[in-house]
Design a protein around this ligand. Sequence first.
Ligand SMILES: C=C(OP(=O)(O)O)C(=O)O
Ligand SMILES: [Mg+2]
Length: 428
Amino acid sequence: MTITITRAVGREILDSRGRPTVEAELELDDGRIVAASVPSGASTGSHEAVERRDGDPARYRGLGVRDAAAAIGAEIDPVLRGLPAIGAVIDRVLLELDGTPGKSRLGANAVLAVSLAAARAEALVAGVPLWRHLAGPEPLLPLPMVNMISGGLHAGRQLDFQDFLVMPVGAESYRQALEWTGDVHAALAEELAARGHSLLKADEGGFGPALGSNREALDVLDAAVERAGRALGSEIAYAVDVASTHFHDPAGGTYRLRSEDRELSASGMVRLLERMVAEHPVISIEDGLAEDDWEHWPELVARLGDRVQIVGDDLFVTHPARVRRGVETGAANAVLVKMNQIGTITETAEVVELARAHRFATVISARSGETEDPALADLAVGWRGGQIKIGSITQSERLAKYNQLLRIEEALGDAAVFAGPSALGRTS
Ligand SMILES: C=C(OP(=O)(O)O)C(=O)O
Ligand SMILES: [Mg+2]
């Protein structure tokens, strides 16, 4: 018997930055109800799908999402009523109803909330958890990329680079990866305190100390890994999200490093990143160059891509056309996958497939503004994303996903397969 949708409603809730975001609720004809909520970025790429905000300065400084939430009840509800609770069907209807390339009419935040709720409804009807419903016979626990030190737009630009993350590449299971990460995090707190730095946290829960340079952030991390008793490189390696779009000057084509008081050409940035890789066990670099600096990304891949994962976030914005261009031009070897950059679960899954078909790695990623919704963990396992980037391990909106992965690992028991470092992108 086909279960159908009988009602859709939206509401404005708050995200982890205390800003409004959208939650959708779908009621099914058997009386069950599913809900889903959506994240929101701060260092957004300019080619992302459109997050609809009210713009009324009297509410949340113009950041309210009451209109987007209301559109779910007013516009989406009437067309969803009576349709089967099947994600792909609902997504097709949502795309037609919105009718714009960037989902600007209804708002990508409204569309994604409904899309995710529909995926969840489909799994509920099938009687299995979302991850299992998506995975078929081969679920894969992702290698986590965990935020330790933040800079850029997530930490008041204390550092130019946005994220310094650890990847527990030597761990044999997800649980062990998380344990090692916890040890390094505790050791990093001790190390920062010993050096007289503040332990205040940034948007994703990473530490946001006023360090002198990007290089110092990696030096402190080296000391923390050592303090934690882990082997640098073989057990714990690093990922860096440079998020360089946000210090790139498109007019002059230069990159302005405030903390080092330097202005670099694109080739200068590539050389700087090469040096960073030579001095520290950095195995993944995200947005090392800016979102539209297509000309220079292949240079970065040519210099480092055989041994370092070169990830496009602002570059690709989880959009198939941009990923295709990246494949054709050899601009990267991995795609950061953020569902709200494109706006439906179906399209996000298609981008994961597209990347895989061209042997680009995928990193399933949260946003700097998150909710308690654990779905990202289910998607990463179900889609066999290989890697997941959620932020730090100290805030509940992140732990909703980290802990969900622990539950999934436990549910799989002996059948649990953990993606090791082979999940990383490499250009051969
Ligand atoms: C998660 C990120 O930040 P935001 O959500 O602010 O874009 C990122 O840049 O990878
Ligand atoms: Mg990024």
